[in-house]
Design a protein around this ligand. Structure first.
Ligand code: ZN
Length: 425
């Protein structure tokens, strides 16, 4: 986390405010503006933790806040500790502590052992804007709290950030869900992270999703989630990146293409390549279509790049998909409340029927992809390459980026698709 002080702004400040609230140091509005109230709450937190109370969030304060960024802390077992006393000390649910530490016997804790303690709130925040570091905190926290979830990364972005992944389940039915190819569609990222948390928690507590026991889902399927394909673009759109060379270059690209608002209209990666126009599925046709519209150089959106798979983000997802070899893929975008299930006239056995089931669960319309956007996308490549069911889901309605207040409504509509997607093939 960057150093935050009075006058700082952006989603990192929102996360700081949320973390201070979670830690009981404040009751702050999550407005992303570091003012006197945030300073007072941070100072109180610093005093409580024995840090210098300067009201500036530097490296030491961020380290102390880490449990409230990630949703867990690590407790080293001391004489007299029991599962119950440790849970009580941190306000954690004893069942959650048990679930997070499956290898330890609750009535004989070895001295010095490290206990993962889930704190009493959900890991994934959905009321604040998303940014790359927050995705990392969520993936780390989810994997620590829920043993069914495993974190990893599939490569690096243009600016060198890790492309995070979560994997859950031990079944033979492999499915891959990805989100946020497009920067200003970042609300799709917390959708996948929330799904991971819901499934992980249900597995830990013996719960169900859509009437199906989580344990059954995880026995049947092996689910790979790539929650943020375009972390650099996400930071640009949400204002976490607001100065420096990469930001300047992006602003210059946007000046050449004023039809995109800056930065809210940004879709591409930070090299100005549209990551969902990068896959080898009639890429040349996509180039002709977009060049005809005047998008002939790096741009905030719709630039196909100089060759397929030139962008490291698309390349990483392509390589990972080939290695993982999924039976079904879902690609989350916004907006329109539509399910696309076809590539040109290729008929994949079962795809239309699955799209109809998804449509019933969500109320979204199952449609054929419009010709102008029907080339070089991830789904297009996946269907063409594998002849297996691949879907693009256009979540929500409105103008991108959709606001966080739309999150709950969107999630309610699509969670059924996310569950069924793991079971239907
Ligand atoms: Zn999109």
């Amino acid at each position: 986390m960057r150093t935050l002080r009075e006058g700082s702004r952006g989603p990192a400040v929102q996360l700081l405010q949320l973390a201070l609230n979670r830690a009981g140091a404040g009751d702050l509005a999550l407005d992303g503006r570091f003012g006197p109230a945030t300073r007072a709450a941070l100072t109180a937190f610093q005093e409580e933790m024995g840090l210098r109370p300067d009201g500036v969030a530097g490296a030491l304060s961020h380290r102390a806040l880490m449990p409230w960024y990630t949703g867990y802390l690590t407790h080293r077992v001391q004489r007299g500790d029991s599962f119950w006393s440790v849970a009580r000390r941190y306000g954690a649910k004893p069942e959650a502590v048990l679930a997070a530490n499956p290898a330890l016997a609750p009535d004989s804790l070895p001295l010095g052992a490290e206990l993962t303690v889930p704190l009493p709130f959900s890991v994934v925040p959905t009321q604040i804007d998303c940014f790359a570091e927050l995705v990392g905190f969520c993936v780390q926290g989810l994997a620590a709290r829920y043993p069914a979830l495993h974190s990893g990364s599939i490569g690096r972005s243009a600016l060198g950030r890790p492309l995070r992944s979560l994997r859950m389940g031990r079944g033979a039915n492999r499915v891959l869900y990805n989100a946020e190819h497009h920067a200003n569609e970042w609300i799709t990222t917390p959708v996948l992270l929330r799904f991971a948390e819901e499934l992980g928690r249900a597995a830990a507590e013996g719960g169900t999703l859509l009437g199906t026991p989580a344990a059954e889902i995880l026995d049947y399927a092996d689910i790979a989630l790539i929650p943020a394909v375009n972390p650099d673009g996400m930071d640009l759109v949400t204002g976490e990146l607001r100065e420096g060379r990469a930001w300047e270059e992006a602003r210059r690209m946007a000046e050449r293409y004023p039809q995109f608002s800056f930065p809210r209209g940004w879709k591409a990666n930070l090299r100005g390549i549209d990551l969902n126009l990068q896959y080898p599925a009639l890429w040349e046709t996509a180039r002709e279509n977009k060049f005809a519209l005047g998008i002939v150089s790096p741009a905030p959106g719709d630039y196909v790049g100089s060759a397929p798979l030139e962008a490291p983000e698309s390349r990483a997802l392509y390589d990972y998909t080939r290695e993982f070899d999924p039976a079904l893929t879902l690609s989350l975008h916004t907006q329109g409340e539509v399910i696309y299930w076809k590539f040109l006239d290729l008929e994949v056995p079962g795809a239309e029927e699955i799209a109809a089931l998804f449509s019933d669960l969500s109320g979204y319309a199952a449609e054929e992809t419009p010709y102008a956007s029907g080339f070089a996308g991830y789904k297009d490549w996946y269907i063409r390459q594998y002849r297996r069911p691949g879907f693009t889901l256009e979540l929500g309605r409105g103008v991108n980026p959709l606001p966080t207040r739309d999150f709950e409504g969107i999630y309610e509509r699509v969670r059924g698709i996310l569950v069924l997607g793991a079971l239907v093939t």
